[in-house]
Design a protein around this ligand. Structure first.
Ligand code: FES
Length: 103
């Protein structure tokens, strides 16, 4: 397995506070969220039935899947609804007007 490296995934201006969306690099999809000015990246595919977590609902610092509402911690990937099924989370950085994700 190769070392993670950063990939630019979004213009900084394209993701306002409190918003999330799905970003794609090759065949990998990530849910990218701007929460209080910090960017968080987790797997986009919900481990329940694949709902797009980038299209989820942010409430009380948790991302809720748009399909059936499973909740995840965007900072750790922990699953609140089903602790046995977390998602991966990925380091992010802001540089050159872009948001980057390491994977
Ligand atoms: S697909 Fe996410 S809660 Fe069902």
């Amino acid at each position: 397995m190769s070392e993670p490296r950063f990939h630019a995934v979004a213009d900084l201006d394209s993701l306002p506070l409190g918003q999330g969306r799905t970003v794609q690099v090759g065949n990998r999809r990530f849910a990218l969220w701007n929460i209080e000015g910090q960017f968080y990246a987790i797997d986009d595919d919900c481990p329940h039935r694949g709902g797009p977590l980038g299209a989820g609902i942010l409430q009380d610092g948790r991302i809720h899947c748009p399909l059936h509402g499973w909740a995840f911690d965007p900072k750790t990937g922990a699953g609140f609804s089903n602790p046995a099924k977390p998602v991966n989370c990925y380091p992010t950085k802001v540089e050159q007007g872009q948001v980057w994700i390491a994977f």
